[in-house]
Design a protein around this ligand. Structure first.
Ligand code: PHE
Length: 472
């Protein structure tokens, strides 16, 4: 018997608390850092349109599914699958592994954000033309980014080891709305710059010639990454959800907020980028170069706005990485019977080592390749382009084919007390359309991508998990 089954599961204190936690997990570096640079690399609006289709037809359905599985079983990812069907343990294990690997690069970027918060007032903005070079030099340095990464990770550890998130919740309640306000502010600055128009047409006039199988997979992977799906995070959050809550409605709210944040970030960045004559496909440095440049041109108040922006970005990142670390820690506590503090320290130590490798792969270790890519890309591509998409597909198959339709209907309508008019549509989506769509996109993506050996390695890991996870 699982311990959690015997004791009454703790619930979120309020609906607002749940929405904030789930949206806090969803909204993070994925929206503000990753979405804009992927949009830049994949040619702009065509990518955005495909991304939005992935959100509406795949992401929303999966989020409803994850919440339903979590609340029905009252267990986190591994336990939720395992209690329903033992041979599905591997799908939960894959989720834990995904969380673990994402934490192999996420804190590196969290560290950059933390550093930029401080650097905003120590000279980053003084020479606007040098901001791009500054970023390149900073991330490729051997020691300094490691310091910030460790600091960022340490904040995560402090919070998760305590098992309470009150401080971060309080900070989040102020800083998340601040982030939205600042984005609105930057949007106004950005679109009013001379030459901003070409940025807007880049965002709103699709150029379909850039779309390939790789674009589709990038958009799908980003949808999962940004919504924190395909790795059991939302299963875990759903397990704390009160039986009275309306799951489809909550899922819709979270998805809408997340998408809004991503689109706002893009509209904030691209007009300014084109106005400054910068390169849209510049990759991971995008937000760290364009936003400071905007602030640098604002005179005396620039540094202040910049500090607030990166503080808000750091907190947004924290509320996401906390949920990632928690997925791993919860697994060690629930299934390995480890004590919380010990679990947190062990997990984060291994994560720190992966992060050191990822950070160094931007400079010192640039020559070291794993399956053709550096460490940072290794953890990133493996999770975002393989594990999350496959994890989402497995969840859809599990819900559609291994759970009873009756049970799902009861879960989603709170035993018939509320209505979910689109139940049949959702059910058919998750049973047939979503698994097939993910399969096709993953297949096309794998065929189109350069890192074939990495893809095969990812699939090998999943197969290995299927074989060995019976012991988990
Ligand atoms: N959704 C988070 C972001 O956009 C990242 C994340 C992925 C968090 C998966 C939890 C699980 O930054």
């Amino acid at each position: 018997m699982q311990q959690a089954e015997m004791t009454q599961r703790e619930n979120w204190r309020s609906r607002f608390g749940f929405i904030m936690a789930a949206a806090g997990s969803a909204i993070g570096l994925g929206n503000i850092w990753r979405f804009p640079y992927l949009t830049g690399e994949h040619g702009g609006s065509a990518f955005i349109i495909i991304y939005l289709l992935c959100i509406v037809f795949v992401g929303l359905g999966i989020m409803i599914g994850e919440f339903a599985v979590g609340r029905k079983t009252s267990l986190a990812a591994v336990g939720a699958y395992k209690t329903q069907n033992r041979s599905w343990t591997f799908a939960g294990a894959l989720g834990v592994l995904s969380g673990f690997f994402i934490m192999g690069f996420y804190p590196v970027v969290g560290g950059w954000s933390l550093a930029y918060m401080v650097k905003s007032i120590t000279g980053l903005l003084t020479v606007p033309e040098a901001i791009g070079d500054f970023f390149g030099a900073f991330v490729s340095a051997p020691v300094e980014p490691l310091f910030w990464m460790i600091l960022y990770l340490a904040i995560n550890v402090l919070i998760v080891a305590k098992g309470v998130a009150e401080g971060i919740e309080a900070a989040g309640k102020v800083l998340m709305p601040t982030l939205f306000l600042l984005l609105i502010f930057i949007i106004f600055r950005s679109v009013s710059l001379p030459g901003a128009g070409s940025g807007l047409s880049f965002l709103f006039m699709p150029d379909w010639s850039k779309v390939s199988g790789n674009t589709l997979l990038a958009a799908l992977g980003q949808a999962f990454f940004s919504l924190s799906l395909g790795m059991g995070c939302m299963i875990t959050y759903g397990s704390y959800l009160s039986k009275k809550e309306n799951i489809p409605q909550n899922a819709l709210t979270v998805v809408t907020m997340d998408t809004l944040a991503a689109l706002m970030a893009a509209v904030a960045i691209f007009p300014a980028l084109f106005a400054f004559g910068m390169e849209p496909a510049q990759g991971p440095g995008l937000v760290f170069v364009v936003v400071p440049t905007i602030f640098a041109q604002m005179g005396a108040l620039g540094p202040l706005f910049s500090v607030i922006f990166f503080a808000a970005l750091t907190v947004a990142a924290l509320t996401s990485s906390l949920s990632l670390l928690e997925v791993v820690v919860a697994y060690l506590i629930d299934e390995r019977k480890m004590e919380r503090k010990k679990a947190t320290y062990i997990a984060s130590t291994v994560m720190a080592i992966m992060c050191i490798l990822s950070s160094l792969s931007m400079g010192t270790l640039a020559g070291v390749k794993l399956f053709g890519v550096g460490f940072f890309d290794f953890f990133d591509i493996l999770t975002d382009k393989i594990f999350l998409a496959i994890g989402g597909m497995l969840l859809a198959i599990f819900v559609g084919w291994f759970m009873k339709k009756e049970d799902l209907k009861n879960e989603l309508t709170n035993d018939g007390t509320i209505s979910f008019g689109l139940f049949e549509l959702w059910y058919n989506l998750i049973k047939y359309v979503i698994p097939l769509a993910i399969f096709v996109v993953a297949f096309m993506g794998i065929a189109a991508i350069e890192q074939t050996s990495l893809m095969l390695f990812g699939i090998f890991i999943i197969l290995a998990l299927m074989v060995f996870s019976k012991k988990l």
